[in-house]
Design a protein around this ligand. Sequence first.
Ligand SMILES: CC(C)(COP(=O)(O)OP(=O)(O)OC[C@H]1O[C@@H](n2cnc3c(N)ncnc32)[C@H](O)[C@@H]1OP(=O)(O)O)[C@@H](O)C(=O)NCCC(=O)NCCS
Length: 180
Amino acid sequence: MNIIDLSLKSDVHIQQAAELLLDSFEHSWNTLEEAVLEVKASLESNRISRIAVNDQGDLIGWIAGIKQYDGNVWEMHPLVVKKSWQGKGIGRLLVKDFERKVLEEGGITVLLGTDDETNSTTLGGIDIYPDIYRNIENIRNLKNHPYEFYQKIGYKIVGIIPDANGYGRPDILMAKRVKV
Ligand SMILES: CC(C)(COP(=O)(O)OP(=O)(O)OC[C@H]1O[C@@H](n2cnc3c(N)ncnc32)[C@H](O)[C@@H]1OP(=O)(O)O)[C@@H](O)C(=O)NCCC(=O)NCCS
């Protein structure tokens, strides 16, 4: 397995990244063409876009990010590993590689939002406002939500966007300081 830059010259990888997006986030894109546009947008300036490829050169994971706050903060979006390759440490390696690139670019913080659209955590399906901080502090994973993956690799919940995806369907904001 190798982690390399996604390149505009590699039509195959762009196509494979778009297929991975469609496969993993069903409701976010309607067509492969829309997903291809999203992948190509990750190649604009002020972005990082890296892919994991297997020994045959096929794409098995993709991570990208956008520079924000004068480059102090980089927002990671998206991170996705092909289903058949999940649970083998590829996600962790992609994030590590991304953090290294952010450091090279002079960034301090990696920020990400991880949606809970399916009541997969105790922050979903409730009115979060009456006890917002306690709810965040006492979060539990109900259905394999990826916030726990990020916690395992050093990310902290730094906030929440209530109702980001509709009532009771928040976006959970997580961050990590990569410049020590
Ligand atoms: C989330 C995702 C990127 C993780 O990648 P991965 O390659 O499967 O993860 P890794 O194998 O590197 O896992 C690292 C650790 O996190 C844990 N982990 C991974 N996914 C997890 C989850 N959903 N919930 C809890 N723990 C998880 C692993 O068990 C492993 O723990 P360990 O170190 O104790 O063994 C991958 O499952 C994925 O692409 N999911 C679909 C898309 C998605 O949800 N992206 C994130 C959107 S914000």
